[in-house]
Design a binder for this molecule. Structure first.
Ligand SMILES: N=CN[C@@H](CCC(=O)O)C(=O)O
Length: 337
């Protein structure tokens, strides 16, 4: 795992802001100081959740999106470590593994999006896919639940494939997203993680929650309406036209995906005013995103959480880090109880 940078006790101590009389989340998390065999190392730890980041925006670049998603991991870990340790947050059950780093390859995202560069980026996304697939499948095989902090939504590919390989069956997904990410198989990028895993036989049932009608092509709508394994609702039907009820749609979503192990995908571009690769002034509230995670995390077949596409700047990193931390802790609080 040459791209995996372990999160060390030194990293933790640098980021921890201690307060007299308080006990912080980061003081109680588990770490791996040395990798010998990643499967054995993870399996032997008495934790339920393994959190890792994917510091990349190459998939977003390859999809002509706004880059910067590589910064979400750092923004998250800075906040997560400094929330309180208490009976609600339970950090002893959490391993912070580290992050996948693509510092050298990432240099390409500063280049013009020429045909040649896009082709190069697409082929590099396949390398990232291999790392993510391997990590997710190893964590699941070791009996733990991965929490993945992206990165672009291209990483849904490795999550789905990794879960499917670990379980040795096709798996389902619920995706809180303004976009289908079911674009053509035209080389890997952030807009086709679900179409590729569906075509390759890893993804079975797929539910997209809150599609934006302005950003879904007619061609894609025809595909969605034709394929029985795919169900969706739109943000407009839920929140603008009030044709659908949010809670009833949560039930419909769960009904479509819960018969098998399933992943929960949260694309931050579905949440209003969050700095992300396709940020929107019109979208779900943070409260709705949190309720969504809480609702699906409760189910025994909830098998991973992926939060992606957030692209913080130095001005917005605390806001993004807090948002992602709320979603992580909502998942941990509810899952397995
Ligand atoms: N993961 C995001 N995918 C979107 C991006 C849209 C955009 O950049 O505007 C998509 O391919 O549609």
């Amino acid at each position: 795992m040459q791209n995996l940078i372990l999160f060390t006790s030194k990293d933790r101590d640098t980021l921890l802001k201690l307060r007299k009389g308080e006990s912080k989340f980061g003081e109680h998390i588990q770490l791996i100081s040395n990798l010998t065999n990643i499967y054995d190392d993870i399996k032997s730890l008495d934790v339920d959740y393994v959190i890792f980041g994917i510091s990349e925006d190459i998939g977003v670049y390859a999809n002509y999106g706004k880059t910067g998603t590589y910064k979400a991991w750092e923004a998250t870990v800075k906040v997560l470590l400094n929330i309180q340790n208490n009976s609600f947050t339970n950090p002893k059950r959490v391993l912070i593994l580290g992050h996948l780093n693509y510092g050298e390859a990432r240099k390409m995202v500063k280049e013009k999006q020429s045909k040649k560069n896009i082709a190069k980026a697409k082929s590099f996304v396949e390398e990232i896919d291999k790392d993510v697939t391997y990590l997710v499948s190893t964590i699941v095989k070791a009996g733990k639940t991965p929490i993945i902090i992206g990165g672009g939504h291209n990483n849904a590919y490795g999550n789905i494939k990794g879960l499917s390989l670990a379980k040795n069956e096709t798996v389902n997904v619920i995706n809180f997203d303004a976009h289908t990410d079911f674009r053509a198989e035209e080389g890997r990028h952030s807009g086709n993680g679900f179409s590729y895993t569906y075509a390759e036989g890893f993804l079975k049932n797929y539910f997209i929650f809150g599609l934006h009608e302005n950003y879904t092509s007619d061609k894609l709508l025809k595909t969605l309406n034709k394929v029985k394994a795919i169900k969706y609702n739109t943000y407009e039907a839920l929140e603008v036209k009030n044709e659908l009820d949010y809670n009833l749609e949560l039930d419909r979503g769960l009904n479509h995906i819960s018969s098998k192990p399933f992943g929960i995908e949260i694309d931050c571009d579905a949440i209003e005013n969050i700095p992300s690769s396709a940020a929107t002034p019109s979208g779900f509230s943070v409260k709705q995103a949190r309720q969504f995670v809480h609702y699906f995390a409760k189910h025994e077949n909830a098998s991973y959480l992926h939060i992606c596409e957030a692209a913080p700047t130095s001005k917005t990193e605390t806001k993004v880090g807090k948002l992602i931390t709320y979603l992580i802790t909502d998942f941990i609080r509810t899952n397995g109880r």
